[in-house]
Ligand binder design. Structure first.
Ligand code: NAP
Length: 293
């Protein structure tokens, strides 16, 4: 796999990595980088670009290497001086994926200072019609990989006394979601886990945030055959760039929960106070697939 390393110069915040070096042998330094899973498309690509524009070294992670290279080539115009833009093609659901990332970064003089666990997939339609394989894939990515990457990154960051993990949930994580039941449940898990870890991380120098966007204009909804669903017409969508700006603002501010857009913030309150006998059928009506092929 190719990479897009621009320079080998460490950034301003480079840190020492202890590898047993003696007095006369300076320890190698690594440069902090922002690692974005699902960085080749949609929201992940926009978040990667936002961090790049704001002066960070960035590593894009996704499975499709060609697509990663293409996106890196597009983003290279925004690469600041003395920063690196790298790609790493891996399926994050692989047990050894985080270790492979660590190796890839170390070879390029980088370490994970900010991890954006963005890669995720949705499944639309009645739960009983979904295949067990599709459900397993959703849980493996939205829950399994995110949990493993969060734990490994968090322990590494706590050892270093600094770092930030931003987990991608969804506004859907605030309600049960008939017709996207497993997807909504997976995002409820992400919100719960991340808020709990945010509290556990207090005093360690590490931050854990969760972001919960409402609908965003990406190919995500079409993949779920949800483009005709009522929520696509009734709940305003944001652009990936708008979401990325909110995520970056939340990162700078150290926000525990980042909900992009005023309407989505109001909806999140509404979803938490509306009694479930009213909320759940309403959400199910909004999510029902219409005009399925
Ligand atoms: N779009 C929305 O309305 C919306 C709203 C709220 C939250 N979200 C959440 O935001 C995140 C991104 O959504 P999106 O709309 O930008 O999705 P998207 O356009 O479908 O992009 C998904 C990204 O994840 C990567 N990916 C998928 N499976 C992977 C795996 N196993 N290992 C590594 N990378 C993988 C994909 O690249 P490869 O296929 O090459 O791996 C791609 O880069 C998801 O977690 C989603 O649940 C989306």
């Amino acid at each position: 796999m190719r990479s897009n390393k621009q320079t080998g110069q460490p950034g301003d915040n480079a840190i020492q990595t202890g590898n047993g070096s003696g007095l006369f042998e300076p320890a190698p330094t690594t440069t902090p980088a922002v690692v974005v899973t699902g960085g080749s498309k949609g929201i992940g690509r926009a978040i990667a670009k936002e961090f790049l524009v704001k002066g960070h070294s960035v590593v894009l992670v996704a499975r499709n290497a060609d697509r990663l290279e293409q996106v890196a080539a597009e983003l290279r115009d925004f690469l600041p001086a003395r920063r690196q833009l790298e790609v790493f093609a891996v399926d994050v659901t692989r047990d050894d994926s985080y270790a492979l990332l660590g190796q890839h970064l170390a070879e390029r003089g980088l370490h994970t200072d900010v991890l954006v666990n963005n890669a995720g997939l949705g499944l639309g339609g009645p739960f009983f019609e979904q295949s067990s394989d599709d459900l397993d894939r959703l849980i493996a990515l939205n829950v399994g990989a995110l949990t493993r990457w969060t734990r490994l990154a968090m322990s590494e960051m706590i050892g270093r006394g600094r770092g930030h993990i931003i987990n991608m949930a969804s506004l859907g994580g605030y309600a049960p979601g008939p017709n996207q039941a497993a997807y909504y449940a997976s995002k409820a898990y992400v919100i719960s886990l991340s808020e709990a870890l945010s509290a556990e991380a207090v005093g360690t120098g590490v931050r854990v945030s969760v972001t919960a966007p409402g609908p965003v204009e990406t190919g995500f909804h079409a993949t779920m055959e949800a483009d005709q669903s009522f929520y696509r017409y009734l709940v305003p969508s944001l652009s990936p760039e708008r979401v990325a700006k909110s995520v970056y603002g939340g990162y700078r501010f150290g926000s525990r929960v980042i909900i992009p857009g005023l309407i989505n913030r109001l909806l999140s309150i509404f979803m938490r106070i509306l009694p479930h006998p009213i909320l759940v059928p309403l959400v199910g009506w909004l999510l029902a697939q219409r005009g399925r092929s």
